[in-house]
Design a protein around this ligand. Structure first.
Ligand code: TMP
Length: 218
């Protein structure tokens, strides 16, 4: 029996990590084995790539092409080391970002050719595809506000992506809208600007029917 693969998408500050933690806890209560992973990262090799992409002091000159390939190197490792074995064992995987992030950020955001982006994604993921993708949408201004609050609570190291301008994030948001329109069955759009509890309840409405099918007690 193949397990359930759910990915979470959205721009910075959309509340993905909070909702992943809540959903994982709920699913574990229902008796499901759940893995939570993030991209880029999620494996020792992937976390090193994440550092290079986001936080390294020496990454300012990174080209969009190198960025695309590094994202997918991390992904290729994560799929084979964690996601595929877990799904084959009938377990559930919740992933903080997956290939829609690449289409939105490297395709729409950086302006790389979408067909090339998709071909590289296909090579990285093989046959693995999410069963459900939850896209948390928030206005850019709210995302920025949430990031500022987070940064004041924990002094984070620099993040190359957060240094991008508002126009970049507008293109990313437009990319996400296009992805959701193209695959309405897989990609479900949720308003991430509401309260944590409201978003949690909306996610559970979408997920509960799927998990009862894989043997969880819901
Ligand atoms: P986050 O884990 O804090 O969301 O940071 C990951 C950053 O990497 C975020 O700015 C989005 C970006 N990203 C891409 O540009 N392409 C990708 O394929 C992935 C997975 C993430």
């Amino acid at each position: 029996m193949r397990g359930l693969f759910i990915t979470f998408e959205g721009t910075e500050g959309s509340g993905k990590s909070t909702q992943i933690a809540l959903l994982a806890a709920r699913l574990r209560e229902a008796g499901t084995v759940v893995h939570t992973v993030r991209e880029p990262g999620g494996t020792p090799i992937g976390e090193e790539i994440r550092h290079t992409l986001k936080h390294s002091q020496d990454n300012a000159a990174m080209t969009a092409e190198a960025e695309l390939l590094l994202m997918n190197a991390s992904r290729a490792q994560l799929v084979r080391e964690v996601i595929r074995p877990a799904l084959q064992a009938g377990q559930t995987v919740l992933c903080d970002r997956f290939y829609d992030s690449t289409a939105a950020y490297q395709g729409y955001g950086r302006g790389l050719d979408l067909a090339t982006v998709r071909a590289i994604i296909d090579f990285a993921v093989g046959e693995v595809r999410p069963d459900l993708t939850l896209l948390l949408q928030i206005p850019h201004i709210l995302g920025e506000e949430r990031l500022r609050t987070r940064r004041s609570a924990i002094p984070l190291v620099r993040d190359r992506f957060e240094e991008a301008d508002a126009a970049f994030f507008e293109r990313v948001a437009k990319g996400y809208r296009a992805i959701a329109e193209a695959e309405p069955g897989r990609v479900r759009v949720l308003d991430g600007s509401g309260g944590v509890e409201e978003v949690r309840a909306a996610i559970w409405q979408l997920v509960r029917g799927m998990v009862s099918g894989i043997g969880a007690k819901v």
